[in-house]
Design a protein around this ligand. Structure first.
Ligand SMILES: Cc1ncc(C[n+]2csc(CCOP(=O)(O)OP(=O)(O)O)c2C)c(N)n1
Ligand SMILES: [Mg+2]
Length: 569
């Protein structure tokens, strides 16, 4: 195959034009996967990184690359670009594209393709890439193989501008929501040249402002603010200004503040409270508590206002009355009794939970500090014994999420995988203003480690990934990182209960043939996680007691760390 040429290649000229235009618009990260057809884009990205214009992450597996870019987009609010070769490489982006679509995360795909004359004739690594992602992309452009450097570069510029605007939901012609966009670029041989074209003179245009709808709310009606995944701190701000109770899921980004209802499920189960709701202001994508969609769908008399967050419009039972892009608070008295009633029910549920925990797990009992300071030897001994018992307490799921929550600071990042662990966290962890991420667009167990890698690289922050064992194994490839390049600062905490134990809560688990159920639903696994960690250059620690877990979580390490926490089924 004649590919690289010392002469100029229109492929290389267009590749630089695409990337330089995106850089002019704000592109910082390109995730590159290897392949021949995409060589012009990959090599241009590497050159631009050496010139200090952008940063490159290399991924072997395109599925992992897609999720890495998704993580970067979630962290920064700006799209990363992913470069792939043609064929099944492109299809491997699909899971991340779907998540980006449903969660409203900006993402730009730059996929290389064969030119027209090589399509549909059984050429190697050639399929129908145009429209491959269907309705999951906001915008798609097919770019035919550039014949001439100048024309190719012009076309590339136009396409790059369009892609950037569409990915951010700033193109008036596409929905005003961030999401994935697809640029399919055909390249003809020579597929690249070593010649560095003159830097692209990027023509900037003033974008047409996108219309956003805004709604002003009076304080008066008895209002409940609900924050689903990816709501952001605005949900807390609205609850605070309105003086309304706030129900905030663990990955909402709004689980903090004085209006937060602890143990909110108890409050949502209290019909005296829910019967009195007159208005709901819903942010983000609620996925963790059945009571939320049930309340909205079951009570069409409630004025439910959905504040759009980027993903698909949330509309349980088609009972939503209003969709808007933003809300503000106008006037009216704060209804202190309303907020107080919700807070009281939440506080009572929290106390009950704490009492129950103290019964079952000594680790959760507050240390008796007075006894520790006491001069009396007997009380001192009792204090030390109690402290030791606490440290030796076996880790439960509740203690695990609690320890991870306590160890995480606002300058860290926390990524929580789907399945049981996020549900437990949502039930028990208190308010704390820390950045929490979770792929709740489709709640897939795929790509979790890769997403965290993108978040860590883009933020430079220590990123803790709390996942189930099957969720980790689904994305083992995400543990790979390029040797000799900046490594993501990852701490993977695996809740290892030997399979997908979430399915034990299904009704069918009681009636199905037990060995069959275990084999096809639980999918038991006994992977040696210590060997796995070693294979990928991770440090490994096993933590089965609260003491070991606290110590592992706070251990300073230069290498990424995998903490295995054995749990009962
Ligand atoms: C991509 C994808 N495939 C399948 C599922 C269905 N699924 C949900 S949870 C789960 C098992 C997860 O097991 P694990 O990570 O060990 O968590 P646990 O349930 O044990 O807490 C599966 C297969 C999914 N959500 N996403
Ligand atoms: Mg499991």
């Amino acid at each position: 195959m004649s590919d690289a040429s010392a002469e100029t290649s229109p492929a290389t000229t267009s590749a630089f034009a695409v990337l330089e235009t995106l850089v002019a618009r704000g592109l910082e990260w390109v995730v590159v996967c290897p392949g021949a057809r995409s060589q012009a884009l990959a090599l241009a990205a590497a050159t631009l990184e050496r010139e200090g214009a952008l940063r490159v992450v290399v991924r072997i597996d395109e599925r992992s690359a897609g999720f890495t870019a998704l993580g970067i987009g979630s962290e920064t609010g700006r799209p990363a670009a992913v470069v792939t070769t043609s064929g099944s490489a492109v299809a491997n982006l699909h899971p991340a594209v779907m998540e980006a679509h449903h969660a409203g995360v900006p993402l730009i795909l730059l996929t290389a393709d064969r030119p027209e004359e090589l399509r549909g004739i059984g050429s190697n690594q050639t399929t129908v890439q145009e429209g491959m992602f269907g309705a999951s992309v906001r915008w798609m452009r097919e770019v035919s193989a550039p014949e001439d450097g100048v024309v190719g570069a012009q076309t590339a510029q136009t396409v790059a501008h369009g892609a950037w605007s569409a990915a951010l939901g700033q193109d008036p012609a596409v929905p005003a929501r961030p999401g994935p966009v697809h640029v399919n670029l055909a390249f003809r041989e020579p597929l690249s040249s070593s010649h560095r074209p003159r830097p692209t003179v990027v023509t900037m245009e003033t974008p047409t402002p996108v219309k956003r709808t805004a709604l002003t709310l009076e304080r008066g009606p008895r209002t409940l603010v609900i924050a689903g995944a990816n709501s952001g701190p605005v949900a807390e701000q609205v609850a605070h200004e309105g003086g309304w109770p706030l129900v905030a899921e663990v990955s909402s980004g709004a689980r903090f503040g004085r209006n937060l209802i602890p143990h909110y499920r108890a409050a949502l189960a209290d019909t005296e409270l829910t019967d009195a709701v007159e208005r709901i202001v819903l942010f983000g994508h609620p996925t963790l508590a059945r009571q939320v969609p049930a309340l909205i769908a079951g009570r069409p008399d409630i004025n439910t206002i959905v504040v759009r967050s980027g993903g698909e419009d949330v509309n349980p039972g088609h009972a939503v009355t209003t969709f808007t892009d933003e809300v503000s608070i106008s006037s009216g008295e704060t209804d202190r009794a309303w907020l107080g009633a919700w807070l009281r029910v939440g506080a009572a549920a929290l106390s009950a939970y704490e009492a129950e925990q103290a019964e079952t797990s000594p680790a959760t009992r507050a240390p008796d500090v007075a006894a520790g300071r006491s001069a009396d030897a007997a009380s001192k001994r009792a204090f030390v014994a109690a402290e030791l018992a606490a440290l030796r307490t076996p880790v439960t799921r509740e203690l695990l999420v609690d320890a991870v929550w306590r160890a995480t600071w606002p300058h860290d990042r926390l990524v929580i995988g789907a399945s049981r662990i996020i549900r437990v966290a949502d039930r028990v962890v208190p308010g704390k203003k820390i950045p929490v991420f979770s792929n709740r667009g489709l709640a897939g167990i795929d790509g979790t480690v890769s997403t965290a890698t993108g978040i860590s690289l883009a933020s430079g922050a220590l990123t803790r990934v709390l996942v189930g064992d099957i969720t980790l194994l689904h994305d083992v490839g995400g543990m790979w990182a390029e040797p000799g390049h900046p490594q993501p600062r990852l701490q993977i905490v695996v809740a290892n209960d030997g399979g997908g134990t979430i399915f034990d809560s299904l009704e069918v688990s009681a009636t199905a043939d037990q060995p069959d159920f275990d084999r096809v639903m639980l999918t038991p696994q006994n992977v040696n996680l210590s060997a796995l960690a070693e294979a990928y250059g991770f440090e490994y620690q096993r933590a089965s007691t609260v003491g070991e877990l606290d110590q592992a979580l706070t251990q300073p390490g230069l290498r990424p760390l995998l903490i295995e926490v054995p749990l009962e089924r």
